[in-house]
Write a protein that binds this ligand. Sequence first.
Ligand code: SF4
Ligand code: SF4
Length: 111
Amino acid sequence: MADTRYGLLIDYEYCSGCHACEVACKMEHNMPTGDFGIKILQDGPRENSNGRWEYEHIPVPTSLCDLCAERVAIGKLPTCVHHCQAGVMVYGTLEELAKKVCKPKMVIFSR
Ligand code: SF4
Ligand code: SF4
């Protein structure tokens, strides 16, 4: 049977750490200070023992993420997807998203 659960595919290779998704999510859900539906985590800059550097911004939806249920119910995209200028996130069924994973630095968030 097809998996009809939904989620976000996050291609963090292209995340600039601009925080627009965080702000859009907070505004959409009218969240109080301190609450976030998505957080941008930062890894690095730090040097590995092989001489290569790690420096990533990684968007991580939190337990408060409802996948923008009210927006998607009326045919809109989740607001983080809509506001990300870099096109880092894609919304869809887990089955659809899994088919789009084609390179490193892509993760799927599910609820
Ligand atoms: S996911 Fe997009 S909107 Fe969010 S911090 Fe990264 S580049 Fe900015
Ligand atoms: S899908 Fe909606 S609720 Fe979830 S992180 Fe994105 S903007 Fe926030």
